[in-house]
Write a protein that binds this ligand. Structure first.
Ligand SMILES: Nc1ncnc2c1ncn2[C@@H]1O[C@H](COP(=O)(O)OP(=O)(O)OP(=O)(O)O)[C@@H](O)[C@H]1O
Ligand SMILES: [Mg+2]
Length: 240
């Protein structure tokens, strides 16, 4: 049996990779057989002639997770644009059957899977209206939502929760990324908990020296080791 969690965000750049990498680090430190899966990645870089998803490179850098890139990043695009446009520009349409096939491969080999979304939930994956939330539902994952700590997060978080519910997705918890503990942030957390009905919130403080695109790891590992309870996160994971 394999359990997993899909790391989704209120937007692009909110901290999904930071959270995925931190969780993978904790899982692998505890010797849990875990894989990272990023089915769709744009803005990839070419290293020694090989196109690589920067998010997967960062997760590898932090956690040491190694797996053939075809298995964990089946659809990688160099253009740093929305997936449907990248797929069209690079003439490589996103195929759900291929993604399911790679997930099946991972499920045969790993007990835990941390998957990462591309951007936010209401992201089209093609020009026919197939959306990222449709993919996550078809793959059968429960979600962990990453949101910003600052002003605007109540709106973005509640909108995402509404879209998720309408799409038939479960959000098991919310990570508030870049939390400083200000009066406004404390109120935002309480308000999001009350209005979303999701009690599980992880406050992730402002990290220093972290840049996922440049593979700068800063204090990410230490912060996750000292402030994130992996057992709590593991209880959010559901069979896929
Ligand atoms: N808790 C945090 N503290 C400080 N900086 C953060 C934090 N979370 C994210 N960042 C900053 O935001 C940048 C983008 O984060 P990240 O790459 O995790 O976003 P993402 O949601 O995965 O984006 P994408 O949609 O491109 O996959 C990081 O490189 C880091 O500089
Ligand atoms: Mg990312």
């Amino acid at each position: 049996m394999t359990k997993g969690l899909y790391i989704i965000g209120t937007d692009t750049g909110v901290g999904k990779t930071v959270v995925s990498a931190g969780l993978m680090h904790l899982m692998l430190t505890k010797k849990r057989k875990s894989a990272y899966f990023k089915p769709i990645a744009s803005g990839a870089v070419v290293v020694n002639g090989v196109t690589e998803a920067t998010d997967a490179m960062f997760v590898r850098e932090i956690s040491g997770f190694m797996e053939h890139k075809e298995n964990i990043t089946p659809f990688v695009y160099q253009n740093e644009v929305a997936p449907h446009l990248a797929a069209s520009l690079e003439k490589m349409p996103i195929r759900v059957d291929v993604i399911k096939d790679r997930l099946r491969f991972l499920k045969e080999r790993y007990k835990w899977i941390i998957a990462e979304g591309a951007g936010g939930l209401a992201v089209p994956l093609n020009d026919e209206g197939y959306m990222q939330y449709d993919l996550i539902r078809e793959l059968g994952f429960a979600c962990l939502l990453v949101a910003r700590a600052g002003l605007g997060t109540i709106n973005h978080s509640l909108l995402t929760v509404q879209v998720a519910r309408r799409a038939g997705l479960k959000i098991k918890g919310i990570v508030i990324s870049g939390y400083t503990g200000s009066i406004m942030e404390k109120d935002s957390v309480r308000t999001i908990q009350r209005l979303s009905g999701i009690p599980s919130v992880i406050n992730l403080k402002v990290l220093t020296g972290v840049d996922t695109g440049k593979r700068q790891t800063g204090n990410l590992k230490e912060v996750f080791e000292t402030s994130v309870n992996m057992d709590d996160v593991m209880t959010m994971m559901e069979e896929i």
